[in-house]
Design a protein around this ligand. Structure first.
Ligand SMILES: Cc1ncc(COP(=O)(O)O)c(C=O)c1O
Length: 430
C-alpha cells in the first residue's frame, strides 16, 4: 500500500503539497521522509517561503537572502502592517512603558489569573470602536473564530457562509460539527435562496461573511447582507480582520464603510493586520460575550495575551482615532497601486489594501516569486491550501508607509517578471 503511494508521489514529481495533507497509507515517518524530499526539491527550485527577516518590519526590511546567504534590503509588500504600526515610535514607547509597569507576561488564562487592567481597558475600547456593547480578547484571530463558532453554533442551527470564508471560520464549523452550506462568493440571490430555505427550519441561522476578503481584497456588500438577514431572521457573524483600521470614517471597519455599524450582530477582528501584533477579538451584545467567556474553549484553555500586546493594541487605537491621515494615505496608496497593477489582471475589484493578481495555472508561481525576490520586492505567492487549487495568485499588501517610488518599482518588477515567466512557460507548454 505504502509503496504504491510512494511511486505515485515520484510520478507527480512531488510538486503538490496537497499530497502530504492526506495519509496515503504511509506511516508518519514515511510521509515525513518524503516531505523532506519535497522540501529539498522546492528549495533547490528557489522557494521564497520562510525568508529570515533581520530588521523591524517597515516599508523596507533587511533579510538574510536564502539564495546568497547575504543580508539585503527589500521593499516589503507582503505584510498586513497596513498603518505602519509594526515599528511606530508612539506604540513602541507605550509598550516599553507597559513592560516597566506590568512585566512581560502573566502565565494563565483570563478566567483564572490572566485578566488584567489593560485587558479590561482594551475590551472597552474595542467595543466602542465596533459600536457594540461588549468585547472579549483571544490569543489569535484564528482562535477567535474557532471560539465564536464552537461556542455559539449548536445542534439544530444552520450556518450559511460565503464560499471564500477564511480557514479559521471553517475549522470552527468542523469542530462544532455544524450544519452549514456555502453561497457563491458575494452572490446575494444565492444567499437569499439559502435564507428562504432555512427560515423557520432551525433554532438559529447564522450568516458568516468577511468585510474585506483576505485573498482578493474585495468587500462583502454588507448593507445588502444586513437587509437579507433582518428579512429572514438570521444573525450576521462578520469577520472584519482586514477592514478594521482600514475602512470607515473612523477606521471602525467595513460595516462603518457601508453605514451599517449598528446592525451587525457579532463582529470578529484580529490584531495581526492593522495593529501589526498578534491576537484577536469578538464584539457583540454583553450577554453573548459573557456566555462566550465561559464556553469558548480557546479563551478558557489558553493563556491570556500579555501586557506587551495589549498595550500595543491600545496605542494603535489611540493612533487610529487621532491620526486619520494614516488611513487616508493607506487608501490613497491602495488606489494608486491598484491603478498601476490593473493591466496584469486582478482577481477582484480591490477596495481596501489587498491586491491579488491572478497567475495562470501554466505558470510556476514559485519561479515567478523567486524572480520577483531577485528584483528586491518581498511578496507572497499564494497557493493551495490558502486558496483552492487552480486559484494561485500573487498577493500585494499596500501600507500607508509606501512611497510612490515603491509602488512604481513594484509595478515595473511585476510587469517584467510576469512577461518573462509567461513567455517561458508558454514555450515550455507549447
Ligand atoms: C479573514 C481572516 N480571518 C481570520 C484570520 C486569522 O487571524 P490571525 O492571523 O490573527 O490568527 C485571518 C488571518 O489570516 C484572516 O485573514
Amino acid at each position: 500500500m505504502a509503496s504504491a503511494n510512494i511511486s505515485e508521489l515520484d510520478r507527480t514529481n512531488s510538486q503538490d503539497i496537497k499530497f502530504f495533507t492526506n495519509g496515503n497509507g504511509m506511516t508518519v515517518r514515511e510521509r515525513a521522509r518524503h516531505f523532506s524530499k519535497f522540501l529539498d526539491l522546492i528549495h533547490r527550485q528557489g522557494t521564497t517561503y520562510g525568508r529570515r527577516i533581520l530588521s523591524s518590519t517597515d516599508r523596507e526590511v533587511v533579510i538574510r537572502d536564502p539564495f546568497t546567504g547575504e543580508n539585503r534590503k527589500m521593499i516589503m509588500f507582503a505584510s498586513n502592517n497596513y498603518l505602519g504600526f509594526a515599528n511606530h515610535p508612539y506604540i513602541k514607547a507605550k509598550v516599553q512603558e507597559a513592560i516597566t509597569k506590568y512585566g512581560v507576561g502573566l502565565g494563565g488564562p483570563p478566567l483564572l489569573n490572566g485578566y488584567t487592567k489593560l485587558m479590561d481597558e482594551l475590551e472597552e475600547r474595542l467595543a466602542d470602536l465596533k459600536h457594540q456593547e461588549s468585547a472579549m480578547v483571544f490569543p489569535t484571530g484564528y482562535t477567535s473564530n474557532v471560539g465564536l463558532v464552537t461556542s455559539l453554533v449548536k445542534d439544530g442551527d444552520r450556518v450559511i457562509l460565503d464560499s471564500l470564508s477564511h480557514a479559521s471560520f471553517r475549522d470552527g464549523l468542523r469542530m462544532a460539527a455544524a450544519n452549514s452550506e456555502e453561497f457563491e462568493h458575494n452572490n446575494m440571490s444565492h444567499l437569499e435562496s439559502l435564507l428562504v430555505e432555512a427560515e423557520h427550519q432551525y433554532t438559529n441561522v447564522f450568516v458568516g461573511v468577511e468585510g474585506v476578503y483576505s485573498m482578493d481584497g474585495d468587500l462583502a456588500p454588507l448593507d445588502r447582507i444586513v437587509g437579507l438577514c433582518r428579512k429572514y431572521g438570521a444573525n450576521i457573524l462578520l469577520d472584519d480582520a482586514h477592514g478594521t483600521g482600514v475602512l470607515g470614517e473612523t477606521g471602525s471597519g467595513t460595516a462603518e464603510h457601508f453605514g451599517c455599524q449598528n446592525d451587525i450582530d457579532i463582529t470578529m477582528g484580529t490584531f495581526s493586520k492593522s495593529f501589526a501584533m498578534t491576537g484577536g477579538f469578538i464584539c457583540g451584545p454583553k450577554d453573548i460575550i459573557d456566555l462566550m467567556r465561559f464556553t469558548a474553549r480557546p479563551y478558557m484553555f489558553s493563556a491570556a495575551l500579555p501586557p506587551v500586546t495589549l498595550a500595543a493594541v491600545l496605542a494603535g487605537i489611540d493612533l487610529m482615532e487621532s491620526v486619520p491621515a494614516l488611513r487616508e494615505k493607506l487608501l490613497y496608496n491602495a488606489r494608486y497601486a491598484t491603478r498601476k497593477l490593473e493591466p496584469l489582471g486582478l482577481c477582484a475589484n480591490p477596495e481596501a489594501a489587498i491586491i491579488s493578481i491572478r497567475v495562470p495555472d501554466n505558470v510556476d508561481i514559485r519561479k515567478l516569486n523567486y524572480e520577483i525576490h531577485q528584483r528586491g520586492i518581498f511578496l507572497n505567492s499564494i497557493e493551495y491550501p490558502a486558496v483552492s487549487q487552480n486559484q494561485q495568485r500573487i498577493r500585494v499588501s499596500v501600507t500607508a508607509m509606501h512611497t510612490k517610488d515603491d509602488m512604481n518599482r513594484l509595478a515595473d518588477v511585476l510587469f517584467d517578471t510576469f512577461n518573462n515567466q509567461l513567455r517561458i512557460d508558454d514555450r515550455v507548454t507549447s
